[in-house]
Ligand binder design. Sequence first.
Ligand SMILES: [Zn+2]
Length: 166
Amino acid sequence: MPEQVVIDGIEFARSGKHLSGDLEIGSLGRLRESLSSSEGAVEYSIRGGQNPKGRPMLHLTVKGTLSLTCQRCLGALAFPVDVRSDLLLLQDESEFADIVDEDDDSVDAVVAAPRMSVAALVEDEVILALPYAPRHPEGECSAGGAALGEATVKASPFAALKQLKK
Ligand SMILES: [Zn+2]
């Protein structure tokens, strides 16, 4: 059974803790809707730290291969995920304004909580990394839709974020 792993965000960051493990893709409910198969797992690692201004941060990496659906032939499409993300931890939502002013927008921010779900953090990052309309490379779609191809679309997790900020 997948157990819910939670961390105390600020405390985890301040004491520089580290946590890594695997998450069953099938346990990530929001992500599952975008997938043609929910088999397999992603590997994650979370490390606590702080930015140069002393704000608590989480450094998150997620690796794995997701099975998406090609939007041209509706066949399965293997999509490698390799996400590295720095998440600034905020005490509350009012801090969002400060972050936008003082930091470049390559950094993401979340409101910290004493019980943050690791699965939810990982899932958020993976969802941001998904291409909007995944497709096999030109000419590699199969009529039967059974072939597995490597995705050529490389989505930037920050592209999606920038849109959210507008
Ligand atoms: Zn295709």
